[in-house]
Design a protein around this ligand. Structure first.
Ligand code: HAM
Length: 421
């Protein structure tokens, strides 16, 4: 085969027809679970203003400093969205969604873009589903968000996961904690990785997220944020845990859990899977009580999560979970000659109007080739139409699985198939 002239960009993949069934099955589950939890879908543009993402996600984060696909056009600065929380909050503020009253329970599914080094479970264009509750401060919202996330994995059949939780405090407790971390790491910096030395200056909490071998012994003994939490934050965190206990949702407290985005306050969590390899986070999220204000709205607390669909699919593969139905068509009309082709074209709408999926050959192929095609399309039934059949008004309906045939007129074929599909 000739080498193709064009290919996708690095880290961006096509979802081909043979795979799309799995995607549709997952999307269906997400929509159904979201509906059960009383969430409404929101769709925001793929591109946002660069300033929104820089401010929202954080000027010093890897996402903003290294991973943005950004460009300018005239005076406008565009970025392909690397995540959807800042865009949803922008939409909330821009359209005054608070005026709808109550808490805004929103969810989304769509592509996100980060110029990372691609590897298993890490792409440059990837897909997230996520949900945000904008309005309530109550830990009940945190637990509902976690429950929604888990209910989607439960429906898919991925249950061998670990929910890690932490509280990353409010800005005051974080400032004190960052100082404590700096004092702790400073004497060891020479022995630590380059990336951690860089993070020491920009955001010492991100050192805790390092995967570098040489950092691990220092991270293990680092101070924990839970010792720096204000009374109110500690109380909030305790209530999140109590509600999780009441719902029998098991979790592991990880006082070193920090997230790669700067907007978090108080609750932070990640869902980890042992079936993913190095990129082991299925999803993550937390509270971001200051983001609405940061983006120009009134002070409004909020909590949310997002999860990667590609990683969910990797976990399914590892666990031998098959999603989606095998493709098939209810009936394939095999035609002999031009009259039959016209007849087929004119009768397809009647079948489809009755909920029956129907196909015919578009390429004038031989009967043998059409039968092969019907097989490839996984047709449940075929009829062969030629001049004789048209004259008689009777067609041989073949049940492909049972290998049974019966001569029927077209109306009876429709009635028969209507009952079966
Ligand atoms: P995040 O942890 O950056 O959080 O991303 C959430 C999930 O998206 C990850 O756990 C992972 O499954 C998937 N993901 C991230 N980057 C990639 C990539 N390059 N390739 C494949 N999958 C990836 C957020 O995005 C926050 N907006 C979550 C949130 C919502 N927090 C509050 N509300």
């Amino acid at each position: 085969m000739a080498q193709p002239k064009f290919s996708t960009h690095l880290g961006m993949v096509d979802i081909l027809p043979d795979e799309v069934g799995k995607w549709q099955a997952i999307e269906r589950i997400i929509h159904e679970e979201a509906r059960k939890f009383n969430f409404e879908e929101i769709r925001t543009p793929i591109m946002e203003q660069t300033e929104l993402i820089a401010r929202g996600v954080g000027q010093l984060t890897d996402i903003v400093t290294k991973e943005m696909f950004a460009f300018e056009r005239g005076d406008d600065h565009y970025v392909l969205r690397p995540e959807c929380t800042a865009p949803v909050v922008r939409a909330f503020v821009e359209h005054h969604l608070e005026q709808r009253g109550g808490s805004q329970n929103l969810y989304y599914i769509g592509p996100m873009f980060r110029a990372e080094r691609p590897q298993k479970g890490r792409q440059r264009q990837f897909h997230q589903f996520g949900a945000e509750i904008i309005g309530p401060d109550d830990p009940i919202a945190d637990v509902e968000i976690i429950s929604l996330m888990l209910s989607i994995y439960n429906r898919v059949g991925i249950t061998n996961t670990t929910l890690k939780i932490n509280s990353v405090g409010d800005p005051e407790s974080r400032a004190a904690y960052k100082e404590a971390l700096k004092n702790y790491f400073r004497p060891h910096l020479d022995e630590m990785s380059e990336i951690s030395r860089e993070r020491f200056e920009k955001n010492p909490m991100r050192i805790l997220d390092s995967k570098e071998e040489e950092d691990q012994e220092f991270i293990a003994k680092a101070p924990v944020i839970t010792e720096y939490l204000s009374e109110e934050t500690e109380e909030h965190y305790a209530r999140v845990k109590t509600h999780l206990d009441e719902l029998e949702i098991s979790y592991t407290e990880d006082p070193h859990l920090v997230r790669g985005l700067d907007y978090y306050t108080r609750t932070a969590f990640e869902l980890i899977s042992p079936d993913l390899g190095a990129q082991d986070a299925l999803g993550g999220g937390g509270r971001y009580d200051l983001l609405v204000e940061e983006i120009g709205g009134q002070h409004t607390p909020a909590v949310g999560f997002a999860a990667g669909i590609e990683r969910l699919l990797i976990a399914c593969e590892e666990l031998d979970i098959s999603l989606g139905e095998e493709k098939s068509v209810d009936i394939y009309i095999v035609t002999i000659g031009e009259n039959a082709r016209t007849w087929a074209l004119n009768h397809l709408p009647k079948l489809r109007a009755n909920g029956i999926s129907a196909a015919m050959d578009y390429m004038g192929r031989s009967v043998k080739a059409q039968m092969k095609d019907a097989d490839r399309e996984n047709a449940k039934y075929t009829i062969i139409v030629g001049d004789n059949e048209l004259k008689e008004g009777k067609f041989t309906l073949r049940d492909m699985k049972a290998s049974e045939e019966e001569a029927l007129d077209f109306e009876n074929i429709v009635e028969r198939l209507k009952k079966k599909v």
